[in-house]
Design a protein around this ligand. Structure first.
Ligand SMILES: [Zn+2]
Length: 463
């Protein structure tokens, strides 16, 4: 608080005097020194043993195998050979969708329900070690404002504002009998908008950035748990997708597209989409185009879990259950293809529902990542790749534009976890679970995560 008052006084003085007065206002930033830590830096398959890391303010100022000099008032955290690693990054969450089903949410959610759910989800994510979350539809800038102002606690937050979806598409949450264009509960709250022309796209995409989106989310395929769309649907025209990309680029940002079929993925990439969500029919030709375009994929691996059929929104709705069965068959080559032709892949949970259920799903998603792709690939996906994806929101739309996320490097943001054990050898220390719905209630924060630091501030310390 003091800092902020100081800063605003400084700005006022600058305006009055029209003379820079930086020197008089410079204040020493708080220092935190981690000693004897083994560093996983987010990019390399190794630990840097017995290092020191100095955090100054919200930045990693120095990393050294030798001693780092600090001021006398520095806080010293003795790492005792624990692992220091970047805070986790979630690339696909929905903090404002409390569940249990899409029609129930559309019909019954008031803004209080949504705000309370979002607040609790934000806190849960941070205490599970996630220092950054990208929201893939439904949340506007209000939640970030509450987090960044210190009103509530939560991760850095990259919202997509309203899902952009065609009439009858994957984010058409309106009631069955609603006529086209009618205002729905979710369109009123700018959580989902119906987009059926280039003009619609321009209007709602621009409105999303106005509402604090850091990137756009377009529903380019159908889905499994939504009411009106086969998952194979190719939603939206080439012109509409290109319009979304053009609006995003005018804000220096990018589009993430929910795409299942190969044609949907290829069309998205060719239109300039930079982040393919799900991408279940991924193959080596897609990999080649992704690498050429500098694009990323994020995939919820729970789509390949047997427990998929236990989700109430799948289990209890015959049409969804049928869709889930056919999708499971069509997506069977995803894992082998991803291993054969790897691309940059980010961590993605895509939970819709209660905080307790999402807490379980996140832990299971971490476990599946390790099981399918190994510990190192999991740790890269959940740290440095997420940082690269966040940075695609660009210098003037990114709310955290000063430096890098998802790495332990000199000059990067001080988003750090201190963990018991070595996650490269034993992934369970980052809070995995090999059970999904039948898992016991998860703790608010994994015991093995001893320190959670975001933006240089410690939110958990059990040392
Ligand atoms: Zn999603």
């Amino acid at each position: 608080m003091k800092n902020r008052i100081f800063a605003s006084v400084a700005i006022l003085c600058m305006a009055l005097l029209s003379q820079p007065i930086f020197a008089a206002d410079e204040k020493e930033l708080p220092q935190t020194l981690f000693t004897n830590v083994n560093i996983f830096n987010g990019t390399e398959d190794r630990l840097y043993e017995n290092h020191q890391v100095l955090v100054e303010g919200n930045i990693i100022r120095a990393i050294s195998a030798g001693e780092i000099e600090t001021r006398d008032d520095a806080t010293v955290i003795e790492g005792d050979g624990r692992t220091l690693m970047p805070g986790f990054i979630e690339n696909h969450a929905h903090l404002m969708l409390p569940g249990p089903t899409l029609p129930a949410m559309e019909a019954n959610s008031t803004w209080e329900d949504l705000a309370i759910h979002g607040t609790r989800m934000a806190e849960m994510y941070l205490m599970q070690g996630f220092t950054t979350v990208r929201d893939a539809g439904g949340a506007n800038a209000g939640l970030r404002r509450a987090i960044d102002s210190g009103t509530i606690i939560g991760p850095r937050f990259y919202p997509s504002a309203a899902f952009l979806s065609t009439r009858g598409g994957h984010a058409d949450f309106a009631n069955f009998t609603s006529p086209p264009g009618e205002t729905s509960n979710f369109s009123r709250l700018n959580m989902a908008q119906e987009v059926d022309s280039v003009a619609d796209m321009n209007k709602f995409a621009r409105n999303n950035f106005r509402m604090g989106a850091t990137q756009l989310k377009y529903m380019q395929s159908g889905g499994v748990v939504s009411a009106f769309d086969p998952w194979q649907l190719l939603a939206g025209s080439k012109e509409e997708i290109e319009a979304a990309v053009a609006v995003a680029e005018s804000y220096g940002s990018y589009v993430m597209a929910h795409s299942y079929r190969k044609k949907a993925i290829m069309d998205a990439l060719n239109a300039g989409v930079r982040s393919i969500e799900h991408g279940f029919m991924f193959d080596c030709e897609i990999a080649e185009l992704m690498n050429e375009k500098g694009a990323y994929i994020t995939t919820n691996l729970t789509a390949f879990a047997p427990g998929l059929f236990d989700i109430p929104a799948v289990r209890d709705v015959p049409a969804s259950l049928r869709k889930a069965r056919s999708a499971t068959q069509a997506f069977e080559n995803y894992i082998p293809n991803m291993k054969k032709c790897p691309v940059k892949r980010g961590f993605h949970t895509d939970c819709v529902g209660s905080v307790a259920a999402c807490n379980k799903q996140i832990a299971y998603e971490k476990y599946l990542n390790g099981d399918f792709f190994g510990n190192y690939a999991t740790l890269v996906a959940i740290t440095s790749v997420g940082g690269e994806i966040a940075a695609m929101s660009g210098d003037f739309t990114n709310p955290y534009p000063d430096t890098r996320l998802g790495v332990v490097e000199k000059g990067a943001y001080a988003d750090l976890l201190l963990i018991d054990g070595n996650p490269l050898e034993d992934l369970s220390v980052i809070g995995t679970s090999d059970k999904w719905f039948d898992a016991p209630e998860r703790p608010a924060s994994p015991e093995t995560i001893r320190i959670i630091m975001k933006d240089g501030v410690v939110y958990k310390n059990t040392l």
